[in-house]
Design a protein around this ligand. Structure first.
Ligand code: RP5
Length: 170
């Protein structure tokens, strides 16, 4: 959880502990932007009741956005979205069978009525940034941190030696 916040605003859920190395990158980025999150490994298939209890309690506990990462027949994000009207962002996890195309299609092809915002295969950082963009709509200080993060990224490319000849001051 971020130092400045005590209440998690983003709930990160993985379908398995094996997804944690990818999904922890979302938690890391949220930490950099001082957004508190909590992370759980709860399979929609193997522990549907536990998942349901977590989602049911999440809004009351302060969660405002979910990020769900799963691989294969990846129903996790869709099941969470079916249980809440909070925004849900899906992260397809790469698999050995189809490289993550299976996970991507499982998450992105939600039937109408229950949306899931889907990022690229393994795109945990973008999921975190999208969650921050949503939260920043009603949090000016967070908006400022997000803008600073974006500017920092741009500056690091502009400052890269390989781009020296392209700088405006030359
Ligand atoms: C999905 O199946 C998980 O999200 C994971 O990506 C994949 C494999 O899970 P494990 O067999 O590693 O538990 O449910």
């Amino acid at each position: 959880m971020a130092e400045h916040e005590t209440t998690a605003r983003v709930g990160i859920v993985c379908g398995s502990r094996s997804d944690l190395p990818v999904m922890e990158k979302a938690a890391e980025l949220l930490g950099k932007l001082e957004v508190a999150c909590e992370i759980h490994a709860i399979s929609a298939h193997r522990a549907p009741d536990l998942l349901s209890r977590f989602v049911d309690g999440a809004e009351a506990s302060g969660i405002r956005v979910f990020i769900a990462g799963a691989g294969g027949a990846a129903h996790l994000a869709g099941v969470i979205a079916a249980k809440t009207i909070l925004p849900v962002i899906g992260v397809p996890i790469a698999t050995q069978v189809a490289g993550g195309l299976d996970s991507l299609l499982s998450i992105v092809q939600m039937p109408k009525g229950i949306p899931v915002a889907t990022v690229a295969v393994g795109g945990a950082e973008n999921a975190a940034l999208l969650a921050v963009e949503i939260l920043a709509l009603s949090d000016p200080a967070l908006r400022g941190r997000l803008q600073a993060y974006r500017h920092g990224m741009t500056r690091s490319i502009e400052d890269d030696e390989s781009n020296a000849g392209l700088r405006r001051d030359h």
